[in-house]
Write a protein that binds this ligand. Sequence first.
Ligand code: PEP
Ligand code: CO
Length: 450
Amino acid sequence: MSTLSEPLAPEGLDAWRRLPVKQQPEWPDADALADVTADLAAQPPLVFAGEADTLRERLAAASRGEAFLLQGGDCAETFSELSADNIRDKIKTILQMAVVLTYGASMPIIKMGRMAGQYAKPRSSGTETRDGVSLPAYRGDIINGFEFSPSSRTPDPRRLLEAYRNSASTLNLIRAFTSGGFADLRLVHEWNRGFLRNPAYAQYEAFAAEIDRAIRFMHAAGADFDGLRTVEFFSSHEGLLLDYERPLTRVDSRTGDAYDCSAHFLWIGERTRELDGAHVDFFSRVRNPIGVKLGPTATGQDAIGLMDSLNPDGEAGRLTFITRMGAPKVRELLPDLIEAVRADGRPVTWVCDPMHGNGFTSSNGYKTRRFSDVIEEVRGFFDVHRELGTVPGGLHVELTGDDVTEVLGGAEHIDDHSLGRRYQTLVDPRLNHQQSLEMAFLVADMLRVS
Ligand code: PEP
Ligand code: CO
């Protein structure tokens, strides 16, 4: 196995420090930050280079239509919600969705959590004002606290170490759950049967019955179910806070290449993807597979510029574009981007984030989304790719394994009034467990005809 060490860092890993950088906190104490980043640089990596390489191959398969990515988890993980139950329920939700999608797509599903490091959030404003008092905006638990007080909102670099430790324990449990029998195909299918006992989901019963028959067929044909007790599961988060990503970047002794060992996959957000900015520069220098969010203002030229920086040689699986246009715009805006990329010829993996273009505030003041808009954006994404003959490669969703009430609609008809019952997110609204499974059945059907 390769070792990952820091000393011979390739030139340029710190070039970002001289470039314009967005969405970083103002640390009040530079010495305290330096102590923490030195400490982080001495900690063991959370993932290995070889795992990131495997994921790159899986995403290359997704770019060719031979696999499909399911990436899901909280908008923002929080330190206080770190618990075994919470991690288990999120993994369970993703595994349940993956079984349904595997059947619909007749393809391997690449399972990836927005987990074990999704602690830093971009914000539209650097400050928040309440009753005439202005404080730094909440930027995620890795930077400051959500509570609206001067001490909690002051960026505290010790939080980077806490985020690292929490990510390590989350990843440890993820690895245990996904290799210890919890992912057994038959068990996961049984959970789905339990979900469908609710009459609200009767319309998906026929689909589940087909999966049932397929599993019985596999059994009869002598399939090795024990071999299906273990699944690959990858970690990912937005590569936003460079004072965290840089110290966790290590050099692979096999090749001399740098890997950001905070997660298998990092994505650059819609607000930090400028071509001459720090984020694009930094992530251009690590070997992990990298994603970039593309919103409604993204142009074909932006896409080509990102390919030039992040994947100049056109390596399949290296670059994923995660589009988040909004349901009403996806059919109008996505074709130009796809055409530009297709004309260029270098491969990308196209993934749909149907969450971030569909937010609005409910009549009673909750930041929410409509389940129907989310599904409509996915449908538009599939239709556009199908019309152009390109490959829809995956789905990026904000979800939780809990029974929260944050997204409107779904078969249980969450309305404005019921949002208040269990609205728990600190940032963006997430699909609850049931809505996530319902989405899987709907998307599986879209995958089936493709
Ligand atoms: C997110 O994924 O939580 C996010 C902030 O997305 P975007 O960069 O697409 O706005
Ligand atoms: Co979000």
